[in-house]
Write a protein that binds this ligand. Structure first.
Ligand code: ITT
Length: 196
């Protein structure tokens, strides 16, 4: 398969993806280029628009295979906040701010969602992954990034930030969307090779 580029500013996301790509023997490469990410209420629309903007602004990408990903943390009792606003909320109030908002809330349920928009074989496709869990009372762990220290997946004891990258890759929203995409691309490649 031709190289698949992951366009992101976030090296942690790239590291997570590159470990999973190895399972599929798909060569992936980090492309840290500037692009416009719109503010919208749906991750699907944000990821799709990022991919389209990239194709418009950087026509050379039309000859490559690439994907962008948008992710967010959705807290049930806060009606899905910060959701699509996760990057801004993380930069402003951060984990401490979320912990304060949740201080007196009994219902700690939350989920992470990842949406990939991939440009492959001259078309854009979306892949979605979600992981349910809950928000901790305080930060735990130093690994990972973003909201990892305050999120524990359902049925587990460790926060994402206490897990190794390999363990986070067993549970995360991102590994689900990535595996779906890699499975689909592999199936397409195999079909092309067998001439179907
Ligand atoms: P891109 O360049 O790929 O957009 P980003 O870091 O801005 O990188 P997103 O917009 O997809 O990523 O993510 C929004 C925020 O959600 C991000 O800044 C993190 O704070 C948080 N987030 C996303 N995925 C996460 C994960 O796996 N663990 C912890 N926090 C995460």
């Amino acid at each position: 398969m031709k190289e698949l580029h992951f366009i992101t500013h976030n090296i942690h996301k790239y590291e997570e993806a590159s470990e999973i790509a190895k399972d599929f023997k798909i060569p992936i490469k980090w492309l840290n280029v500037e692009y416009e990410e719109i503010q919208e209420n749906e991750l699907e629309l944000i990821a799709l628009t990022s991919c389209k903007n990239l194709l418009n602004k950087k026509p050379e990408l039309r000859n490559k295979h690439f994907f962008a990903e948008d992710a967010g943390l959705f807290i049930n009792t806060l009606k899905g906040f910060p959701g699509p606003f996760s990057a801004y909320v993380f930069q402003t109030i951060g984990n401490e701010g979320i912990l304060r908002l949740m201080e007196n809330e009994e219902n700690k349920e939350a989920y992470f969602k990842s949406v990939i928009a991939v440009y492959y074989n001259n078309k854009i496709e979306l892949f979605v992954g979600e992981t349910r869990g809950s928000i901790l009372l305080e930060k735990h762990g130093k690994k990972g990034f973003g909201f990892d220290p305050i999120f524990v997946p359902t049925g587990e004891e460790q926060s994402f930030a206490e897990m190794s990258l390999t363990t986070k890759n067993l549970y995360s929203h991102r590994q689900k969307s990535l595996r779906e995409m890699f499975t689909s691309l592999t199936a397409f490649e195999n079909k092309s090779i067998s001439g179907e």
